[in-house]
Design a protein around this ligand. Structure first.
Ligand code: C2O
Ligand code: CU
Length: 488
């Protein structure tokens, strides 16, 4: 099939399954990638943030650029090279792709071993702000994360783009953090999960970090983005943190949110926005006349940690910024979510199939569950190709869980009992004691992960799969994933 025919049929959602063939593995991670492929190397590095040094991975191209960018209609042709000492697996978050290339170890692919190269090759049918991250063990905490930006084809008008990556930084070994959480509540942290004696107070966060970073820098030494007066700028903000829901403030700049999770929304004006873990928000701002420096700042829910970048015109002085807020940030409410409307909503169609997921947890033992099941001992949720599926997330815990479905875009249809035709997304926050419903069309056969995107919840079991009836895969062996995590 020629490229054009391939893309047109892919756009109809027809060929994605058939391109999910096994791709050749080249044994030459040090050699050049095959013609037409971009190489993404995973390398080990370190970051020193305000005097504290911690491990950090990079997913970089040969020229050092983090991640990948391209256009809708392009083929995503990437050779991923493992140049580190550990196996990993890279998931292309939010991207519609063949199941066999979704990058989940023991579900869709084997991990990429040290010294190994893995090839990816599929058509990009979306345009928007996406990202990539390890789906192996706790590597996401060590910043095995990068942007994946898909722009519209060159014919469409474009404005200046500024990508903002948020990460939470720790000098600790993530497996020690998980072990501590499993050991139970500490004095420094008030715990409260379903099933415990508790105050009816929500837990905003269960892990303490050394810092919040934007573009891998602390707010005391921020990334500066050059802008010109009068210019329109699109901020593509990606919450790549392991456990920090944030508020994003544009300060003196009036902004409009124009997309969430890569999908266009009816513009929502504001200066302060909610952004859950793994979500993206695209904000459009206009730089005022004259010289100026405009900080764009994120504050993690329930903490005083700040991170941000500064949009700066030529000649302007950048103010000194502190990485600590004067008071801790409050809780996200999903109030923003209720006001979002998709530009291209799902076609009106009756629901064929209803699935419900009850989010549960035992904070004392640090076990998190979906419908009482703990990964990897789960029963897949079954769907049939072509169905309109409604998925209800029922949160019985006192924490907010950013719930993510792989390989699909869903539309938010109900929040706290109120029906809406809300945003299309791939990750939705479900706040304590709330029920959120979403709908999606089952168009892409496979085994697709559905999980809480708080890394330590995912590692502690809050993960399951959606399975298309009749789909078979030799890669599917969840119990093998036990080897990913150090077990006490
Ligand atoms: Cu971004 Cu399964 O995750
Ligand atoms: Cu969670």
């Amino acid at each position: 099939m020629n490229r054009r025919g391939f893309l047109t049929s892919a756009a109809r959602g027809l060929t994605l399954a058939s391109v999910g063939r096994a791709l050749p593995v080249s044994a030459q991670p040090d050699g050049p990638p095959p013609p037409g492929y971009i190489r993404l190397r995973v390398v080990q590095s370190e970051l020193t943030i305000e005097g504290k040094t911690g491990k950090a991975y990079r997913i970089e191209q040969d020229n050092g650029t983090l991640g990948w960018s391209g256009r809708r209609g392009d083929l995503f042709r990437v050779a991923v090279d493992n140049t580190v000492a550990d196996p990993f697996s890279i998931h292309w978050h939010g991207v519609i792709l063949p199941n066999g290339q979704d990058g989940v170890p023991y579900v869709t692919q084997a991990p990429i071993k040290p010294g190994e190269r893995r090839l990816y090759d599929f058509p990009l049918v979306q345009a928007g702000t996406y990202w990539m991250h390890s789906h192996f063990g706790l590597q996401e905490q060590l910043m095995l994360t990068a942007p994946l930006i898909i722009r519209e084809p060159p014919s469409s008008p474009e404005m200046k783009d500024v990508v903002v990556m948020l990460n939470d930084f720790t000098t600790r070994d993530p497996s020690a953090i998980l072990a501590d959480l499993r050991r139970g509540p500490t004095q420094s942290m008030k715990m409260g999960g379903a099933g415990m004696k508790m105050s009816m107070k929500a837990d905003l966060t269960d892990v303490r970090y050394d810092a919040l970073l934007a573009n891998r820098r602390p707010l005391s030494d921020p990334d500066l983005a050059r802008v010109t007066s009068g210019e329109m700028v699109r901020l593509r903000i990606i919450n790549m943190t392991s456990g920090s829901n944030v508020f994003v403030s544009t300060g003196r700049l009036a902004a409009e949110a124009i997309a969430v999770d890569g999908e266009d929304i009816v513009p929502l004006p504001g200066t302060r926005f909610e952004l859950g873990v793994a979500q993206r928000i695209d904000l459009q701002v206009v730089i005022p006349r004259g010289e100026g420096a405009y900080p764009i700042i994120a504050q993690a829910e329930g903490t005083d940690m700040l991170a941000g970048i500064v949009l700066v015109t030529a000649g302007a002085t950048v103010p000194a910024l502190s990485a600590r807020a004067s008071k801790p940030g409050g809780a996200l409410t999903n109030g923003q979510e209720s006001r979002l409307r998709a530009v291209r909503p799902l076609a009106r169609k009756p629901v064929d199939h209803r699935l419900s997921l009850t989010l549960g947890g035992d904070m004392a033992a640090y076990v998190w569950s979906l419908n009482g099941q703990v990964w990897p001992r789960i029963t897949p949720l079954e769907v049939k190709q072509g169905e309109r599926v409604e998925l209800s997330f029922v949160n019985r815990t006192l924490m907010t869980h950013p719930m993510h479905l792989h390989g699909h875009v869903f539309q938010v249809t109900e929040i706290g009992g109120v029906r809406l035709r809300g945003a299309k997304r791939d990750t939705v926050m479900v706040i304590p004691q709330q029920t959120v419903k979403v709908e999606f069309d089952a168009l892409y056969p496979g085994y697709w992960m559905i999980h809480c995107h708080l890394l330590y919840h995912q590692a502690a079991g809050m993960m399951t799969v959606v399975h298309y009836q009749g789909f078979e895969s030799r890669s599917y062996d969840p119990l093998a994933s036990m080897t990913e995590f150090p077990r006490p």
